[in-house]
Design a protein. Structure first.
Length: 124
């Protein structure tokens, strides 16, 4: 199993493009089609990033879904987040490659109601 830092979106998309033939053959075989050059045994034993092709594809879709959720949540809630949380959000995305979406979602949902004043109590 790969490390968390190897599960970044850019790394997974790079691995997808490097192994596109094997992945497409695997998906075509699941639909009942045969791809020339890839038999049943080669797609079953195919490994991408140290895991089977099916697991890799499910993980890739999960990472894509997390990033979509992350950006939808951010653009929905950025107006009610304090400025330090917005800066921390972009820093998390840039400097924590594999865990960025999870930490970013935690940051968004924990600070979305603090407001631009940083959560200070008082009259607005």
């Amino acid at each position: 199993m790969p490390k968390l830092s190897e599960l970044s979106l850019t790394n997974m998309l790079k691995e997808y493009s490097n192994n596109k033939g094997i992945i497409n053959a695997y998906l075509s075989r699941k639909q009942g089609k045969v791809v020339e050059g890839y038999g049943e045994n080669t797609t079953d034993a195919a490994v991408v990033m140290g895991m089977s092709v099916g697991i890799f594809f499910i993980l890739l879709l999960a990472v894509l879904a997390l990033y979509v959720w992350l950006f939808v949540a951010f653009f929905k809630n950025y107006k009610t987040m304090p400025m330090w949380a917005i800066i921390a959000f972009w820093a998390i995305l840039l400097f924590i490659p594999g865990g960025g979406p999870v930490f970013g979602l935690v940051l968004i949902y924990s600070t979305k109601d603090l407001g631009r004043d940083g959560g200070k109590l008082g009259i607005y």
